[in-house]
Ligand binder design. Structure first.
Ligand code: FES
Length: 84
């Protein structure tokens, strides 16, 4: 299981799981972007919204998906800019 999948499970992010593959893929793409260009701490939520906003969850699990992605970003070294 990937780190993204594990985090979605920990946060109970999905119900039926129909939408989960698209959220997993979008999150993997976001993490790859952040490895190259880390995000400022105060921009994490808006960055997640920009990355996941186009994905639809009919079970309306957005909050838990977004919380899981934020947790993953904060717990992965190098994705958030150091405060200067
Ligand atoms: S968990 Fe059912 S559509 Fe998202």
């Amino acid at each position: 299981m990937s780190a993204v999948q594990q985090k979605f499970l920990e946060h109970f992010s999905f119900q039926c799981g129909y939408c989960t593959p698209s959220f997993v893929n979008a999150t993997v793409v976001l993490l790859e972007k952040l490895k190259r260009q880390p995000v400022a701490k105060d921009r994490i939520e808006s960055t997640i919204m920009d990355a996941l906003n186009d994905h639809i969850c009919r079970c309306t699990g957005y909050v838990r998906y977004y919380e899981a992605v934020k947790d993953l970003i904060l717990s992965t070294p190098g994705l958030v800019k150091d405060q200067a």
